[in-house]
Design a binder for this molecule. Structure first.
Ligand code: BTN
Length: 277
């Protein structure tokens, strides 16, 4: 007797994603059943010979080797979550690269608010947070040549229809999903189109006006501001209170000495959670 395989409940197809798009920026949408990591695919995607900066996105139902920041594993089981990497050739200096992470975080937060009603905050520089738990994250990787970013791969991972018991025990207490937050499931293609629709106009503004509009938009969404934190930057631990972000998207930390310090990258650990870097 032959057993029929049921199609995935929430199928991801190029057609479904494209049908929700509002503009023509997105030239190439690649949709895979399973990949190692959509970022890895994005890093080797042929971009053609011209220097045109068009929208490309690599999407996968699941990832075998999903990557988070600091070489952590990003859990990416089939059928439930968003795993996508936007591939651009922005031609901006490497110092402006962190704005792409901010841009993607804003696009994802805005799309989630519109599509699911969840108010997502952003834990600088790349975490999508709901009720102090991690809903998703951004991993931006870049290739540079002659002082400009010739390829940026902006990976977006969002826990969508994952149940609490599906998280590995070691991250279960710190992680959440939109299903856990709302009790409802959401179609991944619709969320992806919404993220792409939110990304494109912000990218245009960024290209015309730089990162300041993004910084302004991010400030009211920032999690952790006003709290005691430890931040690890390049092996150094900086302890203080997270005050704000500056016009360059750097985190301003006020130190016990009364001085302030701005930090360009790193990972915030809230001191009152008792965690260490
Ligand atoms: C983090 O918070 O550490 C960043 C997580 C980024 C995960 C996404 S899922 C799509 C893309 N492919 C990957 O391997 N990682 C990013």
């Amino acid at each position: 007797m032959s057993r029929k395989q049921h199609p995935p409940v929430d199928e991801l197809t190029v057609e479904r994603i494209r049908s929700g798009l509002e503009d023509r920026f997105w030239k190439e949408i690649l949709c895979y059943r399973s990949v190692g990591s959509t970022n890895t695919v994005g890093l080797s995607l042929p971009l053609g010979d011209d220097n045109e900066d068009v929208g490309r996105i690599v999407v996968a139902d699941s990832q075998e080797k999903g990557r988070g920041r600091f070489d952590r594993t990003w859990i990416s089981p089939p059928g439930v979550n968003i795993h996508a990497s936007i591939v651009l050739r922005p031609g901006i200096p490497p110092a402006a690269g962190p704005f792409l992470t901010i841009l993607a975080a804003l696009a994802a937060a805005s799309a989630m608010k519109k599509e699911t009603g969840i108010a997502v905050s952003i834990k600088w520089p790349n975490d999508l947070i709901v009720s102090r738990k991690k809903l998703g994250g951004i991993l931006t990787e870049a290739r540079t040549s002659r002082g400009v970013i010739t390829r940026a791969v902006i990976g977006i991972g969002i826990n969508l229809n994952l149940r609490q018991e599906d998280f590995p025990p070691e991250i279960s207490a710190k992680a959440t999903s939109s299903l856990i937050c709302t009790g409802s499931t959401f179609p991944r293609a619709g969320i992806l189109s919404a993220i792409m629709n939110e990304f494109e106009p912000r990218y245009e503004i960024f290209r015309k006006s730089g990162g300041l509009p993004l910084v302004r938009e991010m400030k009211p969404l920032l999690d952790t501001i006003g709290r005691e934190i430890t931040i690890c930057e390049g092996g150094e631990q900086i302890c203080g209170v997270a005050e704000d972000i500056d016009d360059n998207g750097r985190l301003i930390v006020s130190l016990p000495s009364g001085l302030t310090r701005s930090v360009g990258s790193g990972e915030i650990v809230e001191t009152d959670t008792g965690s260490e870097c």
